[in-house]
Design a protein around this ligand. Structure first.
Ligand code: CS2
Length: 468
């Protein structure tokens, strides 16, 4: 397929051009422009590899978003991208794009680990190798480095800052990115930090759409469906939600016209989504993988796992949540159960299991800590943490190797001991993962050791069955 890209200037630079943004934010922006106009075309930036750029370039940056419903597939061609840049090839080109006068928003999906922060505290990790690099060099490697250096260039050119729009699954994600940007800017130039703090904007957002990785079989199936070959399509479920704090410093597309919820405080929505959707996703991913299930849909097709998820929501997650205005958490759980069961979504447990050290704090550990402080038992989530520990040991229940992807992978694997209590003690010493309240909770250590012992003795499915 080929489309001729529009020559209109871009209004948005997006850092981290993965499948999720192309199936979520990019579609909302395209629809907002179709509804209400505005020069909000997007320049995508890949921070690591050229693959997406190389596949999209011959197509004039157009791609198909294929909606995978339980009853059929619906393609839609998205033409909102104006260009794609690959940061490691030419970091100056990325800075130039971000510093262009037409750009008023820089949005990000760089995954949890891309913010170079401490997951348990949310503050910049100034010892991170990419941050150390970015402090010494004007051409950055990290997402915070690109934001700070581009804002520095705008200030030097007498331009206003752009809005930084974080679209990653982090609680108070706007505050997190604001914190790392200001921390880094202060180390480079305190005056720059003051300017960003005074004139910039970092609205928090809650993003939601299940977007499994595209497979070669998806590409072939789509070609058969449409008669045109697209080398870079994205696959997504029908559901989508985007809740955004309406604090932009230089304008925004008419997102309200296309179903984006513009609110004053996104925090309750983020907690609901991160703890209910992502918390259950990660729990099912570790336990499901260990039980031999390839996808989330396969996992919840097993009634023992479906009952386990329901129990997690009802007895452990919902009791520690404050519902956002107008949301019914029991109904939200019911909708999640249907979304997870959609057999057209082949979302691999292995994909969700990735980067657990960065995901567990906001998805699972906060819920555990709050329940324990209130004296409520959390056996299901504790079992999920034990399953994570077993998963990152790198061996499954049959002794076969697991390809563990996590920035802490070697350290995590080295924590495994023959005695589950010793393994748990090693994990609970990880200050960057476990909040202080859990690190110092002897009762939690005992429960986790018991859960791990049970997992080793009986396997994940039996453990899940016992809690359903
Ligand atoms: C998943 C998320 O991969 C993961 O960790 O839990 O990508 C999830 O599918 C999205 O957050 C849904 O909005």
């Amino acid at each position: 397929m080929h489309r001729t890209p529009s020559a209109a200037p871009a209004g948005i630079v997006h850092l981290g051009l993965g499948a999720f943004f192309r199936a979520h934010g990019a579609i909302y922006v395209a629809q907002a422009m179709a509804a209400s106009g505005g020069d909000w075309g997007i320049i995508g930036v890949s921070l690591q590899s050229p693959g997406t750029r190389d596949r999209l370039a011959p197509q004039g940056w157009a791609y198909t978003a294929l909606e995978l419903g339980p009853k059929g597939e619906t393609p839609q061609v998205v033409t909102v991208l104006r260009d794609v840049l690959v940061a490691p090839e030419d970091p100056q080109a990325v800075l130039d794009a971000m510093a262009a006068p037409s750009v008023r928003i820089v949005s990000l999906t760089v995954t949890e680990k891309g913010y170079c922060h401490e997951p348990s505290t949310g503050r910049l990790n100034a010892d991170h190798p990419d941050i150390r690099h970015d402090l010494q060099n004007p051409l950055p490697k990290s997402a915070p480095g690109f934001l700070v250096r581009a804002l520095q260039a705008r200030r030097a050119a007498g331009l206003a800052p752009f809005t930084v729009l974080c679209c990653d699954n982090l609680p108070e994600n706007g505050h997190v990115v604001q914190g790392v940007v200001l921390d880094l800017a202060r180390l480079i130039d305190p005056g720059l930090a003051d300017w960003i703090a005074g004139q910039g904007a970092f609205p928090s957002t809650m993003v939601d759409r299940i977007v499994p990785a595209t497979t070669p079989a998806d590409i072939d199936r789509l070609a058969a469906l449409t008669g045109a070959r697209d080398e870079a399509p994205v696959m997504h479920e029908p559901f989508r939600q985007w809740v955004v704090e309406d604090r932009f410093c230089a304008g925004r597309p008419d997102l309200g016209a296309v179903g984006v919820q513009l609110v004053a405080d996104v925090t309750p929505y983020e907690h609901m989504k991160l703890r209910m959707l992502n918390g259950a996703h990660s729990s099912l991913a570790y336990l499901g993988y260990l039980a031999g299930h390839e996808t989330i849909a396969d996992t919840v097709a097993d009634p023992v796992f479906a009952a386990f998820a329901q129990r997690l929501w009802r007895a452990e997650i919902i009791p520690a949540l404050t519902p956002p205005p107008g949301e019914d958490l029991a109904a939200y759980a019911g909708a999640l159960a249907e979304r997870f069961a959609n057999p057209a979504i082949r979302h691999r447990t292995w994909q969700i299991a990735m980067d657990g050290s960065q995901k567990l704090p906001q998805r699972i550990l906060g819920t555990i800590a709050e329940n324990r402080a209130a004296g409520r038992p959390v056996p299901g989530l504790t079992l999920a943490v034990a399953a994570w520990m077993r998963y990152v040991s790198g061996r499954d229940e049959k002794g076969a190797p697991i390809e563990v992807k996590d920035p802490l992978a070697p350290r995590l694997a080295a924590l495994w001991r023959d005695d589950p209590a010793e393994t748990v003690a090693g994990f609970l010493a990880l200050a960057e993962v476990f909040p202080k309240a859990l690190r110092e909770d002897a009762g939690f250590a005992a429960d986790l050791s018991g859960a791990l012992r049970g997992l080793i003795a009986d396997g994940a499915r039996a453990g899940v069955a016992a809690h359903g």
